[in-house]
Design a protein around this ligand. Structure first.
Ligand SMILES: [Fe+2]
Ligand SMILES: [Fe+2]
Length: 475
């Protein structure tokens, strides 16, 4: 059983004390991490005690222990799901062989790159979200933000452990660099573009945790299939935490919709100006934020055709989403996949070898998964008797990566001229005045049980606590 040893400086279930060199290396990285947290972690949170969930073991009973903690003292640790005896590689060229507990020399560079890219997103999101606490719409929401922040910090630990344990000196250098890059900084930015965008307000935050943390889920699911067993085991445990992040996003948007619909019915209007004057976020603005976050996030899956993606799969480094549940041959040679390309200014389907489309396959899986939540948001609008419906934009809308990059396409999927795009873009993506309006609503509302005017209270408290529970104690 994999209980976590809390008496050690770094809580872990990987017998860290048996590997003194590794332990020392991680213990010397730890103060740098705390310095990074002090500099780039949530602003104004130093003295607050927060009702946080901390993992004390990786089994279902033990990974959710609740109590008030100062975030700086949060027990960031290294937790791997228990190994499966005799686990076999279940896809790619090595299918049927034993999984690896060490990094095979020939895959070292690619594995390191995969781990560094994943690891880089974790501190990046903490940096993107660091000012949000100052404008939290409630104490409940503030607590959820902080919970996500400490867990993203723990995800960084998870990747740094792998770098230190399995990649020697260059692994240690990469671990240091993860604390040096900064989201949005020009001379040393984070690796992926979506993680250099700002998260300036809570509507963006909820969209980000719904859409972009869901990209995280898909990446982690692909890595949880890996032939490199320590990576598979660590990402499996990260996924339990990721579920909460997406919940925060989905329920946050849902509560905004609920409040807006309530106002619409109260005032008997869908007039944007009147609704904005009443201090709620109109549904067309929500749609534009949705369009933005959806399109920026699907870019994260990378180019539609990718020989790297083929290599990562064939060599067993990264599987497909739910690889184990699929019934094909798990090697995919000779199979084809359809993706979109542009011909004479029109979108057309194009057949490519499936192996080269292994960025597009998870992008399409992701789209299905995220649309399910949009449908759930629409149920809230429907229940309020309002004829408006939110929609995920077309896959080719507002893309910046791959064959569709830069193409002007409407949310319905119609290819446009530059002029048509310019004339309509403010209906489709948040404009400067949308962002200014949303910003104008943001103000700190953190008395227990109170909620900002633009968002409804949640259906239930965290860990079944009452609505006016003191989730955050400001000391
Ligand atoms: Fe994460
Ligand atoms: Fe996350």
């Amino acid at each position: 059983m994999s209980s976590i040893n809390y008496s050690e400086k770094i809580p872990n279930n990987v017998n860290l004390s048996e590997d003194r060199t590794l332990q020392r290396a991680l213990e010397s990285w730890q103060p740098d991490f705390i310095n990074w947290w002090d500099d780039m972690g949530p602003e104004g949170s130093t003295d607050a005690s927060v009702y946080l969930r901390t993992a004390v073991s990786v089994d279902p009973q033990g990974w959710a222990q609740f109590g008030h903690v100062k975030m700086r003292d949060y027990r960031w640790g290294i937790f791997l799901n228990p190994g499966e005896a005799n686990r076999k590689i279940h896809f790619g060229d090595h299918m049927g062989e034993n999984v690896w507990n060490d990094v095979p020399g020939e895959y070292r560079a690619n594995l390191r790159r995969i781990i560094v890219t994943q690891g880089d997103t974790e501190p990046a999101s903490v940096e993107q979200q660091r000012h949000l606490g100052l404008t939290a719409p409630s104490m409940y929401d503030l607590r959820n933000l902080f919970q996500i922040n400490v867990e993203e910090g723990r995800h960084l630990w998870a990747m740094v452990y792998l770098l230190h344990k399995h990649f020697g000196r260059d692994g240690r250098e990469e671990a240091d660099a993860l604390l040096q890059r900064r989201s949005g900084q020009e001379d040393n930015p984070r690796i992926l573009q979506a993680f250099n965008e700002q998260t300036p307000d809570w509507l963006s935050f909820f969209m980000f945790t719904y859409f972009t943390d869901r990209d995280g889920k898909f990446q982690l699911c692909a890595l949880a299939e890996s032939a490199f067993d320590p990576l598979a085991r660590t990402t499996k445990f990260m996924l339990t935490e990721e579920a909460h992040h997406m919940f925060v996003g989905e329920s946050g948007i849902s509560r905004i919709i609920q409040r807006t619909c309530q106002k619409m019915n109260e005032l008997r209007t869908d007039d944007v100006k009147k609704l904005r004057e009443a201090g709620v976020i109109d549904l067309p603005t929500l749609q534009r934020y949705l369009n933005f976050h959806f399109s920026v996030t699907i870019d994260l899956f990378g180019a539609d055709e990718s020989s790297n993606a083929a290599t990562f799969y064939s060599t067993g480094l990264k599987g497909r989403y739910e690889e184990g549940k699929r019934t094909d041959d798990h090697q995919l040679r000779g199979q084809i996949y359809k993706l979109l390309s542009v011909q004479n200014g029109q979108l057309v389907e194009k057949e490519v070898p499936m192996l080269n489309a292994l960025n597009e396959v998870p992008r399409d899986d992701y789209i299905k998964d995220s649309i399910a939540g949009v449908d759930r948001w629409n149920k809230v609008i429907e229940k309020a008797g309002i004829p408006f419906r939110l929609r995920a934009p077309h896959k080719a809308f507002h893309r910046n990566i791959g064959a569709l990059a830069g193409l002007k396409v409407s949310p319905e999927g119609r290819v446009l001229s530059e002029g048509e795009w310019k004339a309509n873009v403010d209906h489709w993506l948040p404009s400067g005045s949308d962002r200014a309006f949303v910003a104008s609503l943001m103000g700190r509302c953190v008395e227990p049980g109170k909620f900002a005017n633009w968002i409804a209270p949640p259906a239930m408290g965290i860990n079944r606590q009452p609505m006016d529970f003191e989730y955050v104690r400001f000391n």
